[in-house]
Ligand binder design. Structure first.
Ligand code: NAD
Length: 463
């Protein structure tokens, strides 16, 4: 292992993974981890499990798996728990979600049945289309927050966990009105005591985690920990935080294609995106309030990537529309269509059509695994507050208030890998490649090409 990794505490003992919201994404995530542990599945889509990272110069040929490079918890060390509005255990939730079949789930049925949600913090003002049957009762929102803190402690003790992380996989809440209680910790804690209506359930879970120094991630577009009060608290309690809204389907496509248009200076006239999905998430998003939260998250990416203010001729006037329609027959098998109108040389119009027949939770599950493992790494590495290097996973990356979020998937990926290199004391890669061709640097840095290697290259060309 690398000589600098002694600044990072080792990933010893069990890691508790606490998930507010135990529906389709959560049950698919847990089932996938349990199947992988038994050698019955492959964690495809997970950067922590499958991706390699190049280290040093290209001729050094150092390219370890990320999980061998940075000290991450192993799948065997994870213990799952969480909260839900309904009392279904993880097997029942997985069957209801219909992402994986009964036959696929059979080998891990026992493990999934053993995971039962704790009672949840509910508020009908924030999620309209569900009627909870498994909620907590409390005198105030502070009382509910303290109950969640007690849940975390009990879970940790009962399962002998060394550490825990929390990742919101709950439904998309309506956005709260801007309120003074979001501004600083004192006002937020007063707001909890007064049960301020501007504090939705997801903020109560986030507060409980952050107050107790637990790392917190947010897979939905709700504000949750993205308010000054909780950002300040995370700094104080040394909790790493990140969000918002897993970047999985259409936005993954958008933030891959848009950087290409910008890199090639192709103009954009319009981008029409529509989706149909029929899972519980789709049902929640059928409520205009929850949809508005999601729409805001999905809409923000193009402006930041394309920078219309710097390129008015190319991106000053494009039409962007996003729709999501609840269509029950599709279940979790979401279908997204994109019609993209672009312009090239001499303003000539062209079109691109994307039809992504995806599986929502299959795309989200590996992100849950990566985020849980990286948040735990961040905590052990002494990182606190907003973890912008995890923007790679989100549609609306949380970042410092005065900065623009980074949406370009390629920059996000580089940011993530370079952060891992920094954490492990390795050289940050700028990919300019100039040093390979600068004789003064080459002489000291690069080994002279070996005659044998030259010969084999020539021989290859001759063949
Ligand atoms: N590809 C994806 O699947 C994807 C991508 C981006 C974001 N998301 C977001 O991830 C979240 C989960 O998606 P899903 O498909 O699993 O949805 P789901 O409806 O199957 O599961 C969400 C669960 O959260 C529970 N819940 C809601 N409020 C809660 C609360 N206050 N406390 C505890 N539990 C609560 C619900 O009862 C439900 O079981 C959604 O917000 C969705 O928008 C999913």
């Amino acid at each position: 292992m690398n000589k600098h990794d002694n600044r990072i505490l080792p990933a010893k003992g069990k890691l508790g993974v606490l998930l507010p919201g135990m529906g389709a994404v959560t049950s698919t995530f847990i089932a996938g981890v349990e199947l992988t542990k038994k050698g019955l599945g492959s964690p495809i889509g997970s950067v922590t499990q499958l991706q390699r990272i190049r280290l040093g110069k290209r001729y050094e040929n150092r390219s370890p798996l990320i999980k061998d490079f940075v000290p991450l918890a192993s799948l065997e060390q994870l213990v799952f728990g969480g909260w839900d509005l309904f009392p279904d255990d993880m097997y029942t939730a997985a069957i209801k979600a219909g992402v994986l079949t009964e036959a696929q789930l059979a080998p891990v049925k026992k493990e999934l049945e053993a995971i039962k949600p704790m009672t949840s913090v509910t508020d009908a003002n924030y999620i309209k289309n569900l009627t909870p049957t498994h909620g907590k009762k409390g005198k105030s929102k502070m009382d509910l927050a303290n109950q969640v803190i007690a849940d975390i402690e009990t879970f940790k003790k009962k399962n002998g966990c060394d550490r825990v992380v929390m990742l919101w996989c709950g439904s998309t809440e309506r956005l709260p009105a801007d309120a003074a209680c979001h501004e600083d910790i004192e006002s937020f804690e007063k707001g909890l005591k007064d049960s301020d209506p501007a504090i939705p359930p997801s903020m109560i879970y986030a507060y409980a985690a952050i107050k107790t120094g637990v790392a917190y991630g947010n897979g939905a577009p709700n504000l949750s920990a993205d308010i000054p009060a909780l950002v300040d608290l995370a700094e104080q309690t040394q909790s790493p935080i990140c969000g918002k809204d897993f970047k999985t389907g259409q936005t993954l496509m958008k933030t891959t294609l848009a950087p290409m248009f910008k890199a090639r200076m192709l103009a954009l006239s319009g981008w029409y995106s529509t989706n149909i999905l029929g899972n519980r998430d789709g049902e929640v998003l059928d409520d205009p309030g929850s949809f508005k939260t999601k729409e805001k998250s999905k809409m923000s990416v193009l402006d930041t990537i394309l920078e219309p203010e710097s390129y008015p001729e190319l991106y000053g006037k494009f039409h962007h529309k996003v729709r999501i329609d609840y269509y029950p027959p599709r279940g979790d098998a979401k279908e997204g269509w994109d019609n993209i109108d672009i312009r090239g040389w001499l303003d000539m119009p062209m079109q691109i059509k994307v039809n992504f027949l995806c599986r929502d939770s299959i795309l989200a599950a590996p992100l849950c695994l990566d985020l849980v493992l990286f948040l735990d790494l961040a905590k052990r590495a002494g990182l606190k507050g907003i973890q912008e290097w995890l923007s790679f996973y989100f549609k609306s990356p949380q970042c410092r208030e005065d900065l623009k979020p980074e949406h370009d998937i390629f920059i996000q990926h580089l940011k993530l890998k370079n952060t891992l290199r920094v954490l492990m004391g390795e050289e940050v890669l700028d990919h300019s490649g100039l040093d390979y061709y600068d004789p003064s640097k080459t002489a000291s840095a690069a080994p002279a090409p070996k005659p044998a290697a030259k010969k084999s290259k020539l021989a290859k060309a001759a063949r």
